[in-house]
Design a protein around this ligand. Sequence first.
Ligand code: CA
Length: 426
Amino acid sequence: MSTIAANNPALTSWVEVPQNSDFPIQNLPFGIVKTSQLTPRVASRIGDFAIDLKSLYVLGYLENLPFEHSDFDCNTLNVLMKRGKKASRELRNRLSKLFDSNYKDLQKNQHHVEQVLIPIDQVTMCMPVEIGDYTDFYSSREHATNVGTMFRDPENALLPNWLWLPVGYHGRSSSIIISGEPVRRPKGQIKPIPEEPPIYAACRNLDFELEMAFITFDGKPMGERISTDEAEDFIFGMCLFNDWSARDMQTWEYVPLGPFLAKNFASSISPWIVTLDALQAFKVDGPEQSPEVLSYLEYKDQKSYDIQLEVYIQPENADETKICTSNFKYMYWNMAQQLAHHTVNGCNIRCGDLMGSGTISGPTPDSYGSMLELAWKGTKPLPMNDGTERKFIQDGDTVIMRGFSSKDGVRVGFGEVTGKILPALD
Ligand code: CA
């Protein structure tokens, strides 16, 4: 990949960016915002401001780019993503130039600046993408090993296919929601006493799954595959992803076709899509893969990303407690391999598809990406700062996930994805 101008670590902006902000000039993610005055529109972010791209376009700052007014005057990023990787890269490079300390045109026009920059506390973040298909992988070796150890056999924790292919399943996009939307505790079939028949009740073992997701551009025609070399050209960007899970429903229902109602009641995403371009500086080597993968899963160069991930629980009316620190780089199967595998049979992907990584667990107990693992099936309750403890998520709890990359003094982050659990309905 050629050098991307907007990624230059030496760049600074004339917009003040607080220290440790996830959104310096090197990030420039995309999202959809609205305010009490403004209709939903495409935006970017720098420091504590949303950048109104509709206004930037109207004021003439986005001239000579392959975009039209209607690309920004809309309530999803899909139209913009339809323009493809090259166009979105050019757009981000333009934003980088406009907000560079050395560029005066916009900076000196206070009237324009006031139209274009909206204080972040005045905006409501909207669902950024109209998600078509949602696929969830299961690509963390540590997570798969932990789950296999708990529920099957520690000696054979990984099923025979796991080291040969990125295991995945098709999820449901209708219940993917934006950060901040509360989640109702699900009801369904659970089997609290193994020797007795199931009962209809509210989930008792409600869990989160610490994941990241990537959003795709339009893929190739049905019947063709995307190679690992090509895969990143089909990825627009990434977000944090909490794949809420009802463990007691999952245990009972998942045989033989995999999870169903245990997973499809809600999944939450963070509101800013950080472009894959912005993450290029944070590439690292992935885990060694053994046995050697089949030819279509082989890859060149680095395809893993160093993104630190954190999970917090905030009980109702109490401070948050950090319960997990993990990293996206732990993933055994990388995104290029996931996409290559997903399309190897000719399955087509479309603009706005979302692919979840699967729960991201690291090697140590404090890096496990779910309550199931952190509290080890309820046997090791986690202490909260307010003196209570948790085996799973309780009503009134808010789960908060944060993530960022950091290198050479540049921090590119995702902000957060949060969701509060409401009691089950009668
Ligand atoms: Ca999942």
